[in-house]
Design a protein around this ligand. Structure first.
Ligand SMILES: [Zn+2]
Length: 667
């Protein structure tokens, strides 16, 4: 993750990267490639001298057709057409803009010390010198130092060396020619080799050798007092173990080391070279000013990271993210949000290809220290897309089935646009009466982490928080208010969350009731009049017991409404609900109670209600009966939750009932 921040600092402070393209074009570093074309026609074994000793290139005549017989190169596939084309020419000098993303393909030496190089890639000083000493010499030294290596490998390097030697004079002249056309202001010119239009790093045999040499060099230099920078991996004369660039890397309690945060990156063992200190500082500053967002009241840095792929596609969005004016425009764009914040640009990032990943660094800032609350690493845009799809699904269900039919002050004004705010409200304070800070951040962020990283969420754990909040609102509702707005809002949010998690398949099924495993759920059409209603909510109400409890809740709400009308705004039946701390058998026993009360109020015979009430009564009894044998025990938290859902969705059940009756009449 630090390397991603360094990269950002590097990009915004290095000309040629983002922010100012015009300036960039004038100051881009350049590589001159000696592009060789090698034919593979004739097997060639006798290139090695008879005794297998050092080979003097100047004494060795190049055969008419350089051939390379080693297996490695055979695997690099060429078509016959390629071969014919390649034979017609031998070399070219190609000019190419330096692209830091291709560093690995160039095999650029990452240890900047003088002396031997690990690869034939060097800064061009004088064409003659650089070519002879850095390029040609590299290939020839691979032979001399590796006599014991396989003949094939040696032949391979020799062949290239021979080719370079044969055309040496011409190559040098052409390099000079090209070099003279370049405006060198603020630029570095490098020299390297390409073979058959490929970078050296694309050939396993060369890559392996370069890595081998680099390793040796690494070992050799680590014996002196230079240290390796933990961020960029380069040797540097001065590295600092105590950089305060990242104050939040000051980890004073092990508990703060959260997922994906490697311990070795702790500052104590964290030497950073001066370049990196500077780039990290710039990167951090940029994040601070441009990529700091609010996630339901908790700050986080959005840290984009490029995924280096073979094609080296630099996604445009990365450029935009590192260009503050463009980024400001992006933030202003019309878009949906999932974090409860209008600045949220995830809706746009979700459409990016997986060439970049996103890191989310959640921080808590105190006066002097920054504490990492959570680090979510390597989230691909495709995951963000899935999250938005789940949001759309939840929005669809609630917009379609809820908004139109609820005239409640709250329900009508509610937008039904799901975001993490619906979850956040359940995870603020463990005790609302206390004036303590939000102490449930950690739980909230754990769930956020599960959503982004696609890991399981403990259903009963979240249910506990949902029902506690629902209970609290239920108890605090003023009895003579027409609608239980807070209570209903709370139930709706909980239900939205469950649907959201269900859609993302995050709920830990192993803790859910047994009927899921037995596949004993209520799919059957004959399983009741309200089957179609329950199916709207996916798996949420998939067991008999849940549906039975739900319908008892529905009927209870109906009764409370009747009492409110007939008993001058009071609802004596409320007391029976025990502040939603009922257990399953108590709820079951509530059904005949509700029925009796409705009978007392004459509802069972009242035209208009009669059919609805009887249908709910009969379905509720059926579900409870079936659930008795088919379903596992249901926890009190769950039972009260489904009861509350039934109360909350009473109007929806009513609408569904009359709609079905109407449809049945028409057909
Ligand atoms: Zn460094």
């Amino acid at each position: 993750m630090l390397s991603a921040i360094r990269e950002i600092g590097y990009k915004i402070s290095t000309p040629g990267n983002t922010t100012n393209r015009q300036e960039a074009d004038n100051s881009q570093n350049i590589i001159l490639f000696i592009s060789l074309f090698i034919s593979l026609k004739i097997p060639y074994e006798n290139i090695e001298t008879a005794d297998g000793c050092e080979l003097d290139y100047d004494d060795c005549n190049l055969p008419n057709n350089i051939n390379i017989t080693c297996n490695t190169l055979k695997n690099e596939t060429f078509t016959d057409t390629d071969k014919t084309n390649l034979e017609s020419k031998n070399f070219e000098i190609e000019m190419e803009d330096y692209n830091v993303q291709k560093k690995e393909l160039y095999l650029q030496d990452i240890i900047n010390t003088k002396g031997n190089q690990s690869s034939p890639f060097a800064q061009l000083t004088e064409a003659d010198k650089t070519f002879d000493k850095k390029i040609k010499a590299w290939f020839s030294s691979q032979y001399t130092t590796n006599k014991q290596k396989s003949k094939q490998q040696n032949n391979y390097f020799i062949s290239i060396g021979l080719l370079l030697n044969k055309y040496g004079r011409m190559i040098k002249d052409k390099i000079n020619e090209k070099n003279s056309t370049i405006n060198k202001k603020n630029k570095k010119i490098f020299l390297s080799v390409k073979i058959n239009n490929k970078y050296l790093g694309e050939f396993k045999i060369i890559r392996d050798r370069a890595e081998e040499l680099l390793k040796k060099k690494f070992e050799a230099s680590s014996s002196n007092d230079k240290e390796v920078c933990a961020v960029c991996g380069e040797f540097a004369a001065s590295v600092s173990g105590k950089t305060n660039v990242y104050r939040f890397y000051t980890i004073d309690k092990p508990g703060f080391i959260t997922s994906g945060f490697r311990e070795k990156e702790a500052w104590r063992n964290f030497p950073v070279c001066s370049d990196c200190v500077s780039y990290l500082g710039k990167g951090k500053e940029y994040l601070e000013l441009n990529l700091r967002f609010n996630f339901c009241g908790i700050y986080y840095y959005l840290i984009p990271q490029l995924v280096i792929d073979k094609n080296n596609i630099m996604p445009e969005i990365y450029d935009i993210l590192l260009d503050s004016p463009k980024l400001i425009n992006l933030k202003k764009k019309e878009k949906r949000n999932i974090t409860g914040n209008n600045d949220d640009i995830l809706d746009i990032l979700k459409d990016g290809k997986n060439y970049l990943t996103l890191n989310f660094l959640f921080l808590e800032k105190n006066k002097s220290a920054e504490k990492i609350l959570l680090l979510i690493e390597d989230v691909f845009p495709s995951r963000i897309k899935k999250i938005f799809e789940a949001k759309d699904y939840v929005d669809f269900i609630f917009k379609r089935y809820q908004q139109v039919q609820n005239e409640d002050a709250y329900q009508a004004s509610y937008e039904y646009s799901y975001n993490f705010g619906e979850l956040r409200k359940f995870y603020l304070k463990s005790d609302n009466k206390k004036r303590n800070n939000n102490d449930l951040d950690k739980y909230f962020l754990d769930i956020v982490n599960s959503v982004f990283k696609n890991t399981r969420i403990d259903f009963l754990f979240i249910m506990k928080f949902f029902i506690n909040n629902i209970r609290e609102n239920f108890i605090n509702e003023t009895e003579n208010e027409r609608y239980f707005n807070k209570f209903n809002k709370s139930v709706t949010s909980a239900l939205m969350n469950i649907l959201f998690f269900e859609k993302l398949d995050l709920l830990d099924r192993s803790v859910l009731s047994e009927e899921n495993m037995n596949n004993n759920n209520c799919d059957d059409e004959r399983d009741g009049f309200f089957n179609g209603f329950f199916e709207r909510y996916g798996n949420t109400f998939e067991s008999y017991k849940k549906r039975g409890i739900f319908l008892v809740g529905t009927l209870t709400q109906l009764l409370l409404d009747v009492q409110y009308e007939q008993r001058n705004k009071s609802r004596p039946f409320m007391k029976k609900l025990r502040g939603l701390k009922m257990d399953y058998s108590y709820i079951k026993a509530l059904l005949p109670d509700v029925q009796n009360k409705l009978d007392e109020y004459g509802i069972l015979d009242e035209y208009g209600y009669k059919g609805l009430v009887r249908q709910i009564l009969s379905d509720a009894s059926l579900y409870l009966l079936k659930g008795e044998s088919a379903d596992k025990n249901i926890s009190a938290d769950e039972a009260n939750f489904y009861f509350a859902c039934g109360m909350n969705l009473y109007k929806n059940i009513k609408t569904y009932y009359f709609q079905q009756k109407l449809d049945n009449k028409e057909t």
